[in-house]
Design a protein around this ligand. Sequence first.
Ligand code: HEC
Ligand code: HEC
Length: 339
Amino acid sequence: MKLYIVFMLLISLPMMVNAGQWEALPNTPPIPTNNPQSKAKIELGKTLFFDPRLSSSGTISCNSCHNILAGGDDGRMVSTANGKIGKRNTPTIWNSAFISTLYWDGRATTLEEQAKHPLVDSMKMDMVDWQAVIDRLQAIKGYRTMFTKVFAAGNITVNNIVKAIAAYERTLITPNSPYDRYVTGDKNAMTKQQIVGMKLFAKIGCITCHSKPNFSGPQLRGESWSKKFPKFLGSDYDTKYRLLEDTGKHQFTNKESDKYFWRVPTLRNIALTAPYFHNGMVPKLDEAVKVMAKTQLNKDLTTNQMYYIVAFLNSLTGEFPEQAMPRLPVILEESVLNK
Ligand code: HEC
Ligand code: HEC
C-alpha cells in the first residue's frame, strides 16, 4: 500500500507542475525588420566574429572572450585583453538574441547597438577608431566581395558591420534542452530531481525575475528587465562577494534610484558558464543559487533544496548547433595588420 502511494506520487509529480508559466525556447529569436536574416549575411557576420585581425594586436576576436565552441563565455572571473584586466564577467552570447537588456547593467538594447562597442574599446579589441576597422576590411578583397553580396550598395560601414555580426548572433540559440522537451510533452525528458527543482524554483519565487522561455524575464517581448541585487541588504555575502562595489545601472544613468540595479540574466546553459554574477566572484553554481535565495528572496535554502534547484538548472542546457569554422579572406604577400 505504502509503495503504491509513493508510486502514485512519483508519476503524478510532472502533472503537479503548473503548465502555464513554463514556455519552451522558440526555434527562432525576434528578427528586427531593418535587419532581415540572409545566408550570406550570416556567413559574413560569422567571419567577422572569428576574425582576430579586427583587433589592434591582430590576436583578439569576439570569439576570444565569447567562445562559441564552448559556453559562449571565457570561463574567467572577469575578462582580459591587451594585458588589462576588465571589470566584469563575460556573459554568454548563446541566446543573447532573446535579450533586450544587454550588458550586466543593461546599457544596450539591441545586438546591433552592442556590437558597436567592442571593436573600438581599449579593454577589448582596441582598434584606434572605426575608420581603422573599415580600412583593414577595405584592404581585403574577399571582404569587399562579401559586403557587396550582402548589402545593396556594398558599403563597408559601421552599420553594415554590426548588422552582419548581429545576424550571425541570432543563429546562436540552443533549443531542445531537457526542460524544453519536458514542457512540450516528453515527460521523461527531465529527471525526478529536476522536476522537484523546477517546482521549487517557482514556489520560492526565483521565477518572479527569471521568467519566460529564456529565464531572463519578458525581455523576449522587448521589455527592459533590471532588478535590484542585492535586494535584501545585510547578508554576509555583501562583503564576501563584494556585491556593493559596482553600482550597476547607476554607472551609466547616474540616477540614485538605479543604484545596484542589474539586468536579469538568462539561466539557459547556466551550468556551462561559471563563475557567476557580474563580477564573477562566485565560483560554483550551488553557491550562486544560495546567494540568490538569500539576497533576492531573503531565504536560507536547505542543502536538499539547493541540490534540487541546481539539478533543475542543469536541465536548461540545450543543443548547440554545429559551427563550421570560416576561412578568413586574406591579402597576399603582406600582413593586413600593416593596413
Ligand atoms: C576582451 C573580451 C571581450 C571581447 C573581445 C568581446 N567581448 Fe563581448 N562582452 C565582454 C564582456 C566582459 C561583456 C559584459 C560587459 C558588461 O556587462 O559591462 C560583454 C558583453 C557582450 C554582449 C552582451 C551579452 C549580454 O548577455 O548582455 C554581447 C552581445 C557581446 N559582448 C558581443 C560581442 C561581440 C559581437 C564582440 C566582437 C565584436 C565581442 N563581444 C567582443 C567581453 C568581450
Ligand atoms: C528579484 C529578482 C531575482 C530573483 C527573485 C532571483 N534572481 Fe537570480 N538574478 C537576478 C539578477 C538581477 C541577477 C544578476 C546579478 C548580477 O548582476 O550579478 C541574477 C543572477 C542569477 C544567477 C547568475 C547568472 C550568471 O550568469 O552569472 C543565477 C544562477 C541565478 N540568478 C539564479 C537564481 C535562482 C536559482 C533564484 C531563486 C533562488 C533567483 N535567481 C532569484 C535577479 C533575481
